[in-house]
Design a protein around this ligand. Sequence first.
Ligand code: TRH
Length: 408
Amino acid sequence: MLNDPGYFTLHLGERGRGEGVVTRCDIFCNVIDNYGDIGVCWRMARQLANEHGLAVRLWVDDLNSLAKLCPEADATLECQHRRGVEVCLWSKNFLDEQPADLVIEAFACRLPPSYIEAMAAQAHKPVWVNLEYLSAEDWVEGCHKLPSPHPALPLTKYFFFPGFTRQTGGLLLERGLLDRRDAFQNDAAQQQAFWRYIGMEIPAAETLKVSLFAYENAALAGLFDVWASGVQPVLCLVPEGRILPQAGQYFGDAAPRAGKAFSRGKLQVRVLPFVEQERYDELLWACDVNFVRGEDSFVRAIWAGKPFIWQIYPQHDAVHLKKLEAFLILYNEQPDDFASLAVQGLWKAWNMESGAGQVWPAFVMSRGELNQRARHWARHLAENNLALNLLDFSKEIGRMRALKIEGQ
Ligand code: TRH
């Protein structure tokens, strides 16, 4: 019933009308660095617009970052419609705007003061949500949906935490994504089209295909050494990004560019251009093992249903290692079996930037088991959908407000 947009208007009568019915959404995104902030916001904006019929405006302060994920976005335009979303430049001189019913402040970026005042002036106050970073830590469940009343204005902001358990906001997952993944993985023609798109032919069946999206990492050379001297051919696909200079250095190329190929022993490395967001999914689906980083590519690797290695975004005081540990505890249901130990070993080595080559053999030996677990995980997590939860939450807030009005 909560998924029905007409529910509140039908059941709460005149005085409740307007509360909780969400038709317009503003998402504010401050790009700090990298692509995670805009990656999540762009994905969520498209999902709310195209799957749930909301009129979505995405306010972003760095259109160049968006243009990497969505190449048809024009970084010189103040406002443009792209893939069902109105994309607006969030500039310093933000003009007065009519607030939407649902306002998403991504990752505690600060909304323009004039916009907050305009929200407070509405008869039906927007549902104002701060979308938080993803973490598997225990405390997240207790903080999910907590209200934070504005100190001066009649407004409440709510914390909305993505996460891996039912007591959190879940993960972003587009409708039908797992079916599209399965169709891709079972269809040689779709795979062929993908490999041609990146300028290659489908690799031989015995080749282990690895995607490598990573920050700088001192453990890379050791891993390359093991791949080069192993028995199985390894094709490593490296999208342009922060680890690329190191990958190039390994082969004596100080400035490798997209399209470049290198090889040593059994290892072949191919540099890929940074592809648009949907194509990145295909890269993960096409590979046997995926190295991912940050927040959004991490979640995409989960949906890919393949073994993966997560390089968590580094934070001061090694706070990120606690987050990594928390996820490993959830991910490894039987923490002491061979496959789980192999995952823990490689993930820790990669994140501590040391010894990844030594623990690689155990990981690759566990691939069959890890494949099964990865598919199971994807199915399990798919039951907790962030966009649906967010819309249900908006309705929940609307219902609470309407009941308060009725009680007066
Ligand atoms: O770019 P990131 O390192 O972003 C990080 C994290 O989100 C971190 O939590 C945040 O605090 C920090 O930025 C500021 O990693 P992430 O989150 O995986 O984002 C990468 C995005 O880029 C993701 O949406 C996938 C997309 N992508 C493409 O669209 N094409 C590509 O070719 C590649 C490699 C990635």
